[in-house]
Write a protein that binds this ligand. Structure first.
Ligand SMILES: [Zn+2]
Length: 219
């Protein structure tokens, strides 16, 4: 028997009040929302969390504050409005646009430290763009900035590498920097294939890996 057909008739006004209550509860708990509503409120939560971490990092993270200071000294001041939290596809955690904007991919960060590494990485691209005459479609230019950003940002610190399942100790940092730089150059629109990405990274490796500006050394 269909249980609904045996339910007692409900007073329509009571039903409306109940539905209103249900929606209030739903907006707090997420229960009963349509998939679209749920994703909107989840995105809202991710956005607020991303903005909160972003502002904390811009004020208190040693590496982010250091990069912001050097960008300002180089004539390229960065304000919070230049750094946007936004939803992205899950293949990336951030991005840099040469027009002077950084995207932080909300919801992608495991913790604030991860966001700190990503923000520092993108700020190094911004620094390179500000200080040097970078042509982002030139694979050697792009490779150079990726090598520096991966090496100097903390993207390739040992614990994060361990989290990715890479456990080789020897030359681990350099291997990580190289691997990530090749992956980034590979998606450059002017990169024809994997071999071209590897070639670009190899050609500029020595000079770019050893160029730690504005840091004194890899920390
Ligand atoms: Zn990059």
């Amino acid at each position: 028997m269909d249980p609904a057909s045996s339910a007692p008739p409900i007073d329509p006004s009571e039903s409306r009040a109940f539905k209103r209550w249900l929606r209030t509860a739903a907006s707090i708990t997420g229960i009963g929302l349509t998939a679209e509503e749920r994703s909107r409120s989840a995105e809202g939560q991710k956005f607020r969390n991303c903005e909160k971490w972003k502002n904390e990092l811009m004020n208190y993270s040693p590496s982010v504050v250091f990069m912001l200071k050097h960008l300002k000294m180089s004539g390229c001041p960065v304000s919070p409005s230049n750094i946007a939290c936004a939803p992205c596809d899950m293949t990336r955690s951030g991005g840099f646009h040469p027009a002077g904007a950084i995207i932080l991919c909300q919801g992608h960060f495991m913790d604030k430290k991860h966001m700190e590494d990503t923000l520092t990485h993108e700020l190094i691209h911004m620094y390179d763009h500000c200080k040097f005459n970078v042509d982002w479609y030139n694979l050697r230019h792009h490779a150079c900035s990726e090598i520096r950003a991966n090496s100097l940002s903390g993207d390739c610190r040992f614990m994060r590498e361990l989290g990715r399942g890479f456990v080789a100790f020897s030359k681990q940092h350099q291997a990580c920097v190289r691997r990530r730089a090749v992956l980034s150059v590979r998606v450059n629109p002017s990169c024809p294939d994997e071999a071209a990405a590897e070639r670009a990274v190899n050609e500029v490796w020595e000079s770019c890996f050893n160029d730690t500006r504005p840091f004194d050394e890899i920390y």
